[in-house]
Design a protein around this ligand. Structure first.
Ligand SMILES: [Zn+2]
Length: 637
């Protein structure tokens, strides 16, 4: 997943009691049992665990529900007398065994963010269970869009977001990243619509709205995904293609022209792509994240369609997850950095391979700034320990741990290892790591063990415990953090300095430079983020008249600019900002803007007015964050 900017929520510091925990045993490379404790599932996989899912489902847009039967093959201890699954808001109609005989079951008490345990009694010989159920219209993972909320305004649209623990709101499942299973599915949707999953996918609309899917590689529940709507496909390369609404497909295919090269570059780095095809679907604007790495089919926000291919590092990020995350998976959400830190590192290596070091160093610079900002934000809240890479989210919503720390501190830790050992040795280690641990889950402790053995000891270097104490189990940013060097940003800094000194912007950036796009969007973002803390409306206007930030086609630039507009009460930007907020559901963009507005009384009023118009367009993941910072519900609008 792309960064999700939980910082405002963290400051609020919601804390909950511990509700459940589970242990399971994975085998390590030494065949010693690796003990895994996942606080965020009711499942007891050491007693009975799912290994395969057959999902037969019907999607109903009128009732905003899915009616389905989920049948599981299970692996169990001989003496196990029950299997426990996670559910949230599901109405369970019946549970049967493999022969169609009814089984007794019990739905436990629902707890905040955890949902309920579904406990099914097992007789000695039972190896398969079938659960007939219906989702609730408010299911957290399901986003039901009216035609007006789509780009083409023709058909309704449905998409899912299962990470971290929302899969249980649309499929009864053992919802732990450490539990993997294969799946087949049959999905019935209204005629004329296309259905897609994180599996083998159709390219064309079927006659009767019936679709079949296969995922023959074992995946954890958070990678279950479904999208249904007026969707069309365009091939990009041998193994790559793009899905989108008809009016968006051309722009998407243009933007992602480099996808096939990205897959090639990634394979050159860390070994074969294991999932067959790699496609991307561009979702309607309410998708709350930048991207979600659903296997074979990345879900992406339309906000990366900048028209100039300048934001495609997001695709490199989601593609990299095909190794880090989807192949080698964090065993629990406490180990989330193993998914995201590795992915940011891998993403930057892909971008460097494709566009050069001076390009990827800009990304590294932006990452370091975001890391420093995040540490400041977290330290201002109730959980300064959240700046440690290894988290302890026991009793808390795992979303609380999805901060930039996992991404950027994780990246810099791996970059430090690269710089210490040299690229060649580090790449050898990483390639082996992905191959040896493919389709398994990984704890932080097991990773350290493998790192000691396969990087330190193998290269005759003494193990450095202090490194782990500071980077993985320590708070804040260690003093030996690598420092990226970007000449391109240095040039931007020089322009900024002269402008602050009074030189008109026209003398610093020539019209030709703007037209030929000499600066990439990253340089513009760096420029805007480093504008002075206090500016006059005249200064804002001078920049805007010449550089046209308020009407930029690039959503990253818009977002950074609108933060200044709010800070400095630059009213000419407000109309387009409101438009942007109503039509964009990406939480990364929403949080800084609403967060800035609520700092003043007038701003808060404006925020509430815009939110009242926009809220229906946002996903649960976004509204659950925004409701808190706006105190929505206590402020009747
Ligand atoms: Zn990610």
């Amino acid at each position: 997943m792309q960064k999700s900017y939980r910082r405002y929520l963290l400051a609020l510091g919601a804390s909950f009691m511990m509700f459940a925990c589970s242990t399971s045993q994975n085998e390590t490379e030494n065949n010693e049992p690796m003990k895994v404790v996942d606080h965020h599932t009711y499942a007891k996989p050491e007693e009975a665990v799912i290994t395969h899912l057959d999902w037969d489902a019907s999607v109903n847009f009128d009732t905003k529900t899915i009616s389905a039967t989920a049948s599981f093959d299970i692996s169990r201890a001989e003496d196990a007398n029950e299997i426990i699954l996670d559910i949230s808001g599901l109405s369970i109609q019946e549970v049967k065994d493999g022969n169609g005989q009814p089984l007794t079951f019990e739905v436990g008490e629902a707890k905040p963010f955890m949902g309920s345990p579904l406990t099914v009694s097992l007789k000695p010989d039972i190896k398969r269970i079938s659960i007939k159920y219906t989702t609730s219209p408010g299911a957290e993972a399901l986003q039901w869009l009216t035609p007006q909320q789509t780009a083409d305004e023709k058909d309704p649209f449905l998409f899912t977001q299962s990470e971290a623990i929302l899969a249980r709101s649309w499929i009864p499942v053992q919802d732990s990243p450490g539990i993997r299973f294969t799946y087949n599915a049959h999905v019935q949707v209204p005629e004329g619509m296309l259905a897609l999953m994180s599996a083998s996918n159709p390219r064309e609309v079927s006659k009767d709205g019936s679709y079949k899917f296969t995922m023959d590689k074992p995946i954890p529940a958070y990678l279950l995904a479904l999208a249904v709507g007026d969707i069309t496909y365009q091939k990009i390369g041998e193994r790559t293609g793009v899905y989108a609404e008809p009016s968006v497909i051309k722009a998407a295919a243009y933007e992602f022209a480099d996808m096939e090269n990205m897959v090639d570059a990634a394979e050159q780095l860390y070994g074969p792509y294991q999932w067959g095809v790699y496609d991307v679907i561009v979702l309607p604007p309410s998708f709350p994240f930048g991207g979600m790495e659903n296997p074979r089919l990345t879900f992406a926000t339309p906000t990366i369609l900048a028209g100039d291919r300048s934001l495609v590092s997001l695709i490199a990020h989601e593609l990299a997850h095909s190794w880090s995350g989807n192949l080698v998976t964090n065993a629990t959400w406490d180990d989330f950095w193993l998914n995201e830190g590795f992915t940011v590192y891998f993403e930057e290596r892909i971008m460097e391979a494709l566009y050069g070091r001076d390009y990827s160093e800009m990304l590294a610079k932006l990452s370091l700034q975001e890391l420093k900002d995040e540490i400041k934000n977290i330290n201002a809240g109730e959980h300064p320990e959240d700046t440690e890479l290894k988290l302890n989210l026991e009793g808390r919503n795992p979303d609380d741990g999805m901060t930039n720390i996992a991404y950027d501190k994780g990246y810099y830790f791996l970059r430090l290892l690269e710089e210490r050992f040299g690229r060649e040795k580090f790449d050898t280690f990483l390639k082996e790591y992905f191959t040896e641990n493919a389709f398994h889950s990984m704890t932080t402790e097991e990773f350290i063990k493998q790192l000691n053995k396969n990087l330190f000891e193998k290269n005759g270097v003494p193990v450095d415990e202090k490194l782990y104490q500071e980077w993985i189990y320590g708070e804040g940013l260690p003093a030996d953090c690598p420092i990226p060097v970007s000449d391109r940003f240095t040039k931007v800094d020089e322009v900024l300095k002269k402008w602050e000194g009074g030189t008109p912007i026209q003398q610093l950036i020539s019209p030709e430079d703007i037209i030929t796009e000499k600066w990439s969007s990253h340089e513009w973002i760096h420029f805007i983020r480093h504008l002075p803390e206090s500016m006059t409306s005249e200064q804002m206007k001078e920049l805007d008249d010449y550089l046209n930030f308020t009407y930029s086609g690039n959503s990253e630039i818009l977002d950074a600019w609108f933060v200044h507009a709010i800070k400095h009460n630059y009213t000419p930007a407000y109309k387009n900002m409101e438009n942007f907020l109503i039509h964009t559901g990406r939480r990364k963009f929403l949080m800084p803007l609403y967060g800035e507005m609520v700092k003043t009384e007038d701003g808060k009023k404006m925020a509430m007015e815009i939110y009242a118009k926009a809220r229906a367009n946002y996903h649960y993941v976004a509204t659950s964050s925004l409701d808190k910072i706006l105190d929505w519900g206590n402020n009747p609008m």
